[in-house]
Design a protein around this ligand. Sequence first.
Ligand SMILES: O=C(O)CCC(=O)C(=O)O
Ligand SMILES: [Fe+2]
Length: 208
Amino acid sequence: MSTELQGSLFDTAAEIGLRPLDGIERTTLGDGAWIDVLPGWLTGASELFDRLVHEVPWYGEQRWMYERIVDVPRLLCFYEESQPLPHPVLTEARRRLTAYYRDELGEPFRTAGLCYYRDGRDSVAWHGDTIGRGSTEDTMVAIVSVGAPRTLALRPRGGGESVKRPLGHGDLIVMGGSCQRTWEHAIPKTGKAVGPRISIQFRPRGVR
Ligand SMILES: O=C(O)CCC(=O)C(=O)O
Ligand SMILES: [Fe+2]
């Protein structure tokens, strides 16, 4: 049985909820950047995936590339801090992340960006979340992933080897320290047959 199928079967039994954050593990990346990872933080991830697919008002975006307008290869929905999130477990996740990282981050997680990668052709290119505090100061971006795993790749801006993490099925990753300005991250396209994935990113005010 594929691990993907195992994951989803395992999931369907569970109710939508959150495990304790205690088991989260930090990996130092270098240049002051780090990631914290907790696989399966969110339970009932398949159920939440189904709800989000149907209930979130997804939209496509377009942008200029080489003098023409192209579709951004993923669907999006951005929740400003004043807007209610599409499921109460996401509000609870943001509250718990804020409490857990209070001393280190010094401000709450506020906004939620949702991205829907429909298949392996959807992706996001190398970038840092450098709008706002992330361009000059340490900050954090916390990502919860539901649906099929996709690789989150990270690489140092100065050049060097990349780090790859498959994320899906309720996994949590927090990019912290200088990660947004000294490293870049991406969800690379893949030619493999992968199912859809939704990522939920929590960020402090102004970070994007
Ligand atoms: O899909 C992800 O987990 C990453 C998304 C991302 O890096 C972004 O939207 O800034
Ligand atoms: Fe990003």
